[in-house]
Design a protein around this ligand. Structure first.
Ligand code: 13P
Length: 249
């Protein structure tokens, strides 16, 4: 039985002092969850956030990292920096990074390998545009993203990975994929992992749905056999995140 994982992606929101205030608000609301709970926060908020969640079950994640260990890469943040700061998870290949920061399947793969090298759990994002959905190529497209992201990843590593299926047309739009649409693609992603690594790995890997998840939509989405939680944007900045985390109450 896979443990659910519910992660907030704060995106470019909250200054360090605002982050502390939000964590204090959310702490009691997410306490006692059956799921793993992760706050993925802006890089500058990581150090205070790690301190603020000490003694709770909340883990802190990063929203991005670079694929080199160190060196002349102005502005970038490395995996060992994240580990030293107390980060456990890192979002890799979010569609906003692909769209605005030239992230490709190849750089996603390099970052995934680097995350595993340092013991970070990658939350690997995939998902189609509205045009691709209308063209009927969603599953082909997502399978390609997954196959490239996992190049060189071992089965033991893959078992611990998290994949976030986020249809781009559902991100920040208030339009949630239907339960059937979300389950169909998450099941296809699991089947793809099964083809790459075998049934054991497919059974172990956790697959989230992301895109306008709210306290209202979470219970039905997370009840699907292949949806193991969510990657939550807007609602992770609000008290509604407590409802999402306790979707099963
Ligand atoms: P929203 O929940 O705001 O649609 O964002 C989803 C997302 O991009 C999470 O990574």
């Amino acid at each position: 039985m896979r443990k659910k994982i519910i992660a907030g992606n704060w995106k470019m929101n909250k200054t360090p002092s605002e982050a502390l205030a939000l964590i204090e608000t959310l702490k009691p609301l997410v306490a006692g969850a059956d799921a793993d709970v992760v706050f993925c926060v802006p890089a500058i908020d990581i150090v205070p956030a790690v301190q603020a969640v000490a003694g709770t079950d909340i883990a802190i994640g990063a929203e991005n990292m670079y694929f080199e260990d160190k060196g002349a890469f102005t502005g970038e943040i490395s995996a060992p920096m994240l580990v030293d700061a107390g980060v456990k998870y890192v979002i890799i290949g979010h569609s906003e990074r692909r769209e605005y920061f030239a992230e490709t399947d190849a750089t996603v793969n390099k970052k995934v390998l680097k995350a595993f090298e340092y013991g970070l759990t990658p939350i690997i994002c995939c998902g189609e545009t509205l045009t691709q959905r209308e063209q009927g190529v969603t599953i082909d497209f997502v399978r390609q993203q997954i196959k490239i992201a996992f190049q060189g990843v071992t089965a033991e590593q893959a078992k611990t990975a998290v994949i976030a299926y986020e249809p781009i047309w559902a991100i920040g739009t208030g339009v949630v994929a239907t339960t059937e649409q979300a389950e169909e693609v998450c099941a296809a992603v699991r089947a793809c992992i099964g083809e790459l690594y075998g049934a054991d790995t497919a059974e172990a890997i956790r697959i989230q749905y992301g895109g306008s998840v709210s306290g209202a939509s979470a219970p039905e989405l997370f009840a699907q056999p292949d949806i193991d939680g969510g990657l939550v944007g807007g609602a992770s900045l609000k008290e509604d995140f407590g409802k999402i985390v306790h979707y099963d109450r």
